[in-house]
Ligand binder design. Sequence first.
Ligand SMILES: [Fe+2]
Length: 360
Amino acid sequence: MSAETITPSGADARQRGQVGAGLQPGWGVSPERQQAIGEVLGGLVPPTGRLAPAQLRGVTAGLAARRSLWADLVVRDPDVRWYLPLHRSNSCDVWLLAWERGQDTDWHDHGGSSGSFAVAEGGLVEQYRAPGGLRIARRPLSAPDAVAFGPAHVHNVAHTGDGPATSIHAYSPPLMAMTYYSTTEYGLIARGTVAVDGPEGAQGRGGAGTALAAASASAARLTPDSLPADAPSIDELLAEARSGLTRLRPEAAFAVLTDGAVLVDIRPMEQRMDEGEVPGAIIIGRNVLEWRLDPRSEARIPALARADAQIIVMCSEGYASTLAAATLRRIGLHEATDLDGGFQAWKTADLPTRPAQPPD
Ligand SMILES: [Fe+2]
């Protein structure tokens, strides 16, 4: 680790200036490559649910061993630790990282996610808070070492040796936030929490003049330029969808349910398990909604897939449900609408709810 560029606390990096956004996720991984990675992960990653550290180690070690899936994607950059998202699902995300001499992550946790990383090329050294206390442990790692950790893990990973290093990281649930820590005489003390758009200390590593800053600026320019001039923003799309709907507040929806209307809950299982359910609501996943409700679809639910069906789509807060209801109208269900405020408003209105029923 080079004390002149990055201190163990990462203070220099922060004083150089922070960049809120990292590289654009998904760039550089072709659909074919994503499919190949997906096929490898197919037997290792369940579509939903939390992976145990040992399962995550299987993911990182398994991908690290398959060089053809990632070796040609690596970009070497002396200024920043370059990274690329390889895979993301509801259950985990997987990242490819490249390291040059002196680069480190700063001390951080993983916002409650479990994780693993495998050294695919070169060497890294991990310092981590030993279970139960003040002591800092240290372990040098070289390819093909892979380590895994639970949600309480706090560590600082640094590049060692002369040559470049490459590593593959996986987190479950997908990384959402990280808290950074300072080393003090009292041990590690939390300094601040940031939302994450990249793995392993990507935030704050792109000071002015670095390649990361340039890439971020480039991404900011590219995004609007690459869109067709008449493409609506999501806010405009939502407003347009709502202009064609008579949305129902929870009390009004409750009233028409007794008149034959059907409440269709499109929230994913994790959200239902967390938030609760409405008794009697029909659960149809958003990804199959149109196929279940189009009267012309072989996969339709006959009792519901009717042009005059009074479908009230419900999500958590009443945004995704609007777009779904508008699509149902487009395919001919002219009575379809959505629940204004979603499940949250239903619950606030003291209408009937119950704990979600786990699948059999
Ligand atoms: Fe980490």
